[in-house]
Design a protein around this ligand. Sequence first.
Ligand code: GSH
Length: 203
Amino acid sequence: MPDFTLIYFNARGSAEPIRWMFTYADIPFNDERIEKEDWSDRKSSIPGGKLPVLMVDEKPLPQSQAIARFIAKEAGLMPEDNLDAAYCDALVDTVRDVMEKVYSKIMSEEDEDERKRWFMEDFFPYHMAPVLARLNARLSGREWFVGDQVTWADFMIAHAFGEIHCHHPEAFEEYSAVTEHIEKVRELPAIKDWIENRPETTH
Ligand SMILES: N[C@@H](CCC(=O)N[C@@H](CS)C(=O)NCC(=O)O)C(=O)O
């Protein structure tokens, strides 16, 4: 097994579902967290100047999705069937499309009231609700999103939508299957233990 160091900010963000995968599979990794105030000094030493980066035996692997896909394979969270693996990709890309809108909003200079208005009047009804409805329907009569075992798609979805659920639980009222799925992933023993003991961060 190579030596893994996952470098990210001291935040959950796009590194967190990767940390969950390492933890779930009991794969040892160094969880290196850079404080915001140290970033300008460190940025030039990071290939590509963006985080996360996974150091695999000293060799850097950038891009959160590439890292997640690689660790999913290492962790046994990638279906062996090619079509099932593609369904996982499609689900992960769907959630990413939604979350990119959230991330660009978080980066914007807008005040809290404007963000709330955007969430209620634009983002939720037009972008999030249609995806939630589709995912909720997909979960009907099944435990996990793809096949009959937990996959990395479950981790990516439960992490991303879990973050939104934590701020806007009322928005999930009509989508009980998705809400229960988020909880089921968070209750997996290794993930539960990680969540209880991880560094406390605001996002
Ligand atoms: N497509 C890249 C985006 C990486 C990215 O934009 N990372 C942000 C943090 S989430 C970053 O490093 N920002 C600091 C900077 O650009 O200086 C990925 O998914 O890893």
